[in-house]
Design a protein around this ligand. Structure first.
Ligand code: PLP
Length: 409
């Protein structure tokens, strides 16, 4: 009999979104006339911008003619997109990233989930708490997380991001091999300053760690002091891999396109005293297991870098910021303390009167038919917070604000 990878059986049930759905269903049954609005939505709601639609149409047309048809493309992505990314996201900002260090994919989720394959099974992994669950579960599947006890995996190193440390993780007591950093952060909406990121890069260089830097929300950064790329930090090319996505930047959650930067200088040891460039291993992994992002999707992503594409996409990001500002105002008027929203589409709201995340969730649902995401679902350090997002439509956001105005705490 074939036996399964037992580590899959160790995975914890994703209780968070099932429990939210169960509570919303129960509320809806008891209040059939009341429309529930989600302020917890993690998907974009705006349609693709005209520049992207035009690029899609053109690419689709090309696929219908023998002379311009595209079959399998390069597993690493087409040069036209890799070069556009290198030029606009890096060279234009004075950063040293070349197009052959950029790997195009169908999403940051897949890349973040897959990248851990490159490391030995006994590697020690550090994650921020609260955490985007992909980092944790992909390492559980690989057998790197140890036993699950008291809501924590015993072999993972947790880096709590709390109000006390202003959501900037302190260095751990145990030295990890791999460090996942998500900035701007999902779920806290906070971003690491240049200084904080420099300290983490220095730490990684000193201790021989690799940083897996998830900046899926880079486009939402508005503060001058926040780096858009980890390669703005001195020494990062030696220790950091950067993950970015067109999902939230350009509404590609359904289209699917992202990229991962693996600089030539990032290496890990081979156990025999040698050093192996991770770029070579990732290239090998991708060419073995992946056949590339669709041509038409890569043409669509390329159009995001055209002058009109950039203006249109940034207008959508700005609309999201506008939503965030209005929601923050409404919450502050209720006397709540709110973090995030300035450099990210996420708001991290401290629950009032010592309520738990779920108690505050229940209150907002019962009193205003509003749905949020309880912070406790993202990790131990998320208790006492709820996450709201600014992705809602203008109409839903407007109605949500009116409802919030009627809630007294
Ligand atoms: N990283 C973070 C922190 C996210 O929140 C998300 C999506 O919600 C992703 C990565 C995944 O992005 P993609 O749609 O490119 O797979």
């Amino acid at each position: 009999m074939a036996s399964v990878n037992r580590h899959f059986l160790e995975l914890q049930r994703t209780y968070l979104f099932t429990e939210i759905a169960r509570k919303v269903k129960a509320y809806q049954k008891a209040n059939p006339g009341r429309r529930v609005i989600s302020l917890g939505i993690g998907d974009v709601t705006r349609p693709l911008v005209p520049a992207v639609i035009a690029a899609l149409h053109k690419a689709v047309e090309e696929m219908g003619h023998a002379a311009t048809f595209h079959g399998y493309g390069p597993e690493q992505g087409y040069p036209f997109l890799r070069e556009a990314i290198a030029a606009y996201d890096y060279t234009a900002h004075g950063l040293d990233v070349s197009s052959d260090e950029i790997f195009i994919s169908d999403g940051a989720k897949s890349d973040l989930g897959n990248f851990q394959e490159l490391f030995s099974q006994d590697s020690v992994v550090a994650v921020m708490d609260p955490v985007y669950p992909v980092y944790v579960d992909s390492n559980v599947m690989a057998g790197r997380a140890g036993e699950y006890q008291n809501a924590r995996w015993q072999r993972l190193v947790y880096l709590p991001c709390t109000r006390e440390n202003a959501f900037v993780p302190d260095f751990p007591e145990t030295r990890p091999d791999i460090i996942y950093i998500c900035s701007p952060n999902n779920p806290t909406g906070m971003a690491l300053s240049r200084h904080a990121l420099q300290e983490w890069v220095d730490y990684a260089r000193h201790h021989g760690c690799v940083i897996l830097y998830d900046s899926a929300y880079e486009a939402f950064i508005t503060d001058q002091g926040i780096p858009h790329s980890i390669y703005e930090i001195e020494g990062a090319r030696e220790v950091a891999v950067e993950f970015r996505s067109f999902s939230k930047t350009a509404g590609f959650t359904g289209l699917r396109c992202a990229y991962t930067v693996v600089p030539r200088d990032v290496t890990a040891v081979d156990g025999k005293g040698g050093r192996v460039p991770l770029r070579e291993l990732w290239n090998r992994r991708q060419t073995t297991k992946y056949n590339g992002c669709p041509y038409i999707v890569q043409r669509a992503a390329e159009s995001v870098y055209t002058p009109e594409g950039r203006v249109q996409v940034m207008a959508d990001v700005e609309a999201c910021h506008e939503n965030a500002r209005r929601i923050v105002d409404a919450l502050q008027q209720m006397g709540l303390t709110v973090f995030g929203g300035v450099n990210a589409p996420y708001l991290w709201v401290a629950t009032p009167h010592g309520m738990t995340s779920w108690e505050f969730f229940d209150l907002l649902l019962a009193r205003a038919a509003l749905v949020c995401t309880p912070g406790a679902g993202f990790g131990v350090a998320g208790e006492g917070f709820v996450r709201l997002t600014a992705f809602g439509t203008p109409d839903d956001t407007e109605e949500a604000l009116q409802r919030l105005a009627t809630v007294t705490l």
